[in-house]
Structures are given as structure tokens and as C-alpha cells.
Design a binder for this molecule. Structure first.
Ligand code: PBG
Ligand code: ZN
Length: 336
């Protein structure tokens, strides 16, 4: 008789994991999260003028680019497989006023850049950051009454800005002012003008962060007084991130965002668990970028290794898209 032995799951007193890690081939078989260039969105800072490509003092390896320079600059990332770009306008002080009116002009650098990029690369996804802080004389993200940012007075201007971007050819509008109802205001005006196919990527959970400093240098968008705590989220609160997302989806947002990213993996994870079917973006912000960059330059971390690890963690937490100044660096690494 062939007697069947009672099944015992383990012959040893402990489980052996190290065989799973014994060589590169074995480790590769277990990979669950793999970065790809299409996960990334590359931000560009667009300025007026011609032939401008100036490194930004506060953001190492990132440039102020005039429209003609963007057309040259964008070639390499596209070759590397990056297919989504986020445009920020940077304008001189004489363009700024109390209501940020230049933000809605077809003549502003972002709207010009969209048109030129689309002529050459019609299949590339262009996303615009819709906020007033780079266009207002006071540097706040909305219209002021006294020293207060007035939510409902800001909404029509944000919507007009979004419409001007859509007219120029933008594919996705990314409102970042953190005004209540901004997604709804934008969706309404876009639809009314026939831009039903233009999508909205909402900066839903955008925290009032100490990590935006290098960006504000780059965008010349530092508030002249006070801070952004009356509109951006308080980082001592997590649950409200989901409430903000719920409201944005209800107002018509197509995609959601958490910002910052590296320091907000818990929020990314919560958002992904709550809305697994919604495309989620995470913004690896300027301060997070410069922390890594400076550590790498100081020889504290090995840049390639650390960068891949950080972005894998952001994807692993649940982000589908990562907005990052490191996008070309990562795409190059993935190619080699
Ligand atoms: C505009 C905006 C900011 C960032 C993206 N959109 C700055 C801010 O809120 O002050 C920050 C991006 C970064 O730090 O890389 N509101
Ligand atoms: Zn702003």
C-alpha cells in the first residue's frame, strides 16, 4: 500500500526567504512594481522671449525656456518615451495685476507654447497648471478682497484661464489653486464652449507644504504677504484628502492628485484604496527634488539608486502618474 503521509507545511522551524533573492534573475521574477517612462509627467517653466534656456537658480538642472527653446528641449524626453508635459507660465512683474488677468490671455507664454508644441507633436499630452499665483501682483492663488483670498471671485478667472488653455490645444487642465468649486467652474465653461473632451486632473489633495520653495523661486510666485494656509490643506489632517477627492470627482474631475508625493505616501495609499479605478497622480515637488539632488551632489546618496527607489515607492503606494523634474533622468536610466 502506498501510504500518504500527513501533510506538514514546514519541515523547518523558520521560513526561508533568501532563496527568493539568490540572484538577479530570481529577484526579477517577483517584481510587482516596474517604472516606465509613460508613468511620468515632465514640468516645463515657460517664459516670454526668444532663445532663452536659463538654468533656474533654485532648481538644479531645470530651465526657464522660451517657446522656441521648448521645441528643441522636448525632443529628447519624447525620444525617451515621456509623453505627458505640464506647463507653468513665468512672467515679468509688468505682466502681473491684482486679478492675474494675463493668465487668460492667448498671448501668454503657456498658450503660445501649447500651440507650437501641438503643431510639431500633435499626439503628445499637454497639461496646464491652472492657478493665479504666477500672474497676480500679490502672488496669491486667487483674487483678494482686503487681505482675504475670495473663493467665488476667483472661480470665473480660473475657468477663463482653463478655457484659454483648451482653445490653444491643451488636453488636460490641472487646477491647483485649491479654491472650492474650481473643478465645477472649469468643467462648466469648457463644456459650454464645446471642449467636452478636455480632461481635468485636479490637484485634489494639495497640502500647504514647506517643500514648494524652489518652485516659487522658479515661477516667481511667492506670496507677497502671509501664506497659503487658508486654501491649501493642513498636513496634520489625512481624512480630508478623501473628502476633497470625493468633491472633485462629483464636480467632474477625471483624474486626482496628491501633492507632495514622497512625504505623503500614506495619502497616496489611502486615495488608491478608496478609488482604485481612478487614475491617480502624485507630484514629487520641487523641495523633494532638491533634497535628493543636493544629497546626491554632496555625495550623501547615490543618485541613480536613490531616485529609482523613491519613484518606485510612489508607484507602489498607488500612484499611476508621477509629476517630476527627474522624469528625463529616470527615463534615461530605464533605457540603459
Ligand atoms: C501653483 C503651484 C505650486 C506648485 C505647483 N503649482 C506652488 C504653490 O502652491 O505655491 C508647486 C510645485 C513644486 O513645488 O514643484 N499653485
Ligand atoms: Zn497658486
Amino acid at each position: 500500500m502506498n501510504e500518504i503521509q500527513p501533510y506538514t507545511s514546514k519541515n523547518m522551524s523558520f521560513k526561508r526567504f533568501r532563496p527568493l533573492r539568490k540572484d538577479a534573475q530570481t529577484r526579477d521574477l517577483l517584481v510587482e512594481v516596474q517604472l516606465s517612462p509613460e508613468d511620468f509627467i515632465l514640468p516645463y517653466f515657460v517664459v516670454e522671449g526668444k532663445g532663452i534656456r536659463n538654468e533656474i537658480g533654485s532648481l538644479k538642472d531645470v530651465y526657464h525656456l522660451s517657446v522656441d527653446s521648448i521645441l528643441k528641449e522636448i525632443e529628447e524626453p519624447i525620444k525617451l518615451g515621456i509623453n505627458k508635459f505640464l506647463l507653468f507660465g513665468v512672467v515679468e512683474d509688468f505682466r502681473k495685476d491684482e486679478t492675474g488677468s494675463f493668465s487668460t490671455s492667448p498671448e501668454n507664454p503657456v498658450n503660445k507654447a501649447i500651440q507650437e508644441i501641438k503643431k510639431v507633436y500633435p499626439a503628445i499630452t499637454i497639461i496646464t497648471d491652472v492657478c493665479l499665483c504666477a500672474y497676480t501682483s500679490h502672488g496669491h492663488c486667487g483674487v483678494l478682497v482686503g487681505e482675504q483670498v475670495e473663493n467665488d471671485k476667483t472661480l470665473p478667472i480660473l475657468a477663463e484661464m482653463a478655457l484659454s488653455n483648451a482653445k490653444a490645444g491643451a488636453n488636460i487642465i490641472a487646477p491647483s489653486a485649491m479654491m472650492d468649486g474650481q473643478v465645477w467652474a472649469i468643467r462648466q465653461l469648457l463644456d459650454k464652449n464645446g471642449f467636452t473632451g478636455v480632461k481635468i486632473l485636479s490637484y485634489s489633495a494639495k497640502y500647504s507644504s514647506g517643500l514648494y520653495g524652489p518652485f516659487r523661486g522658479a515661477a516667481n510666485s511667492k506670496p507677497a504677504f502671509g501664506d497659503r494656509k487658508t486654501y491649501q490643506m493642513d498636513y496634520r489632517v489625512a481624512s480630508q484628502a478623501i473628502e476633497e477627492m470625493e468633491a472633485d470627482l462629483d464636480e467632474g474631475a477625471d483624474y486626482l492628485m496628491v501633492k507632495p508625493a514622497h512625504t505623503y505616501l500614506d495619502i497616496i495609499s489611502k486615495a488608491h484604496t478608496k478609488y482604485p479605478e481612478v487614475t491617480l497622480a502624485a507630484y514629487h515637488v520641487s523641495g523633494e527634488y532638491m533634497m535628493l539632488k543636493s544629497a546626491a551632489l554632496a555625495g550623501i546618496v547615490e543618485e541613480k539608486h536613490a531616485v529609482l527607489e523613491v519613484f518606485t515607492a510612489i508607484r507602489r503606494a498607488g500612484a499611476n502618474w508621477i509629476i517630476s523634474y527627474y522624469a528625463p533622468f529616470v527615463a534615461k536610466l530605464l533605457k540603459s
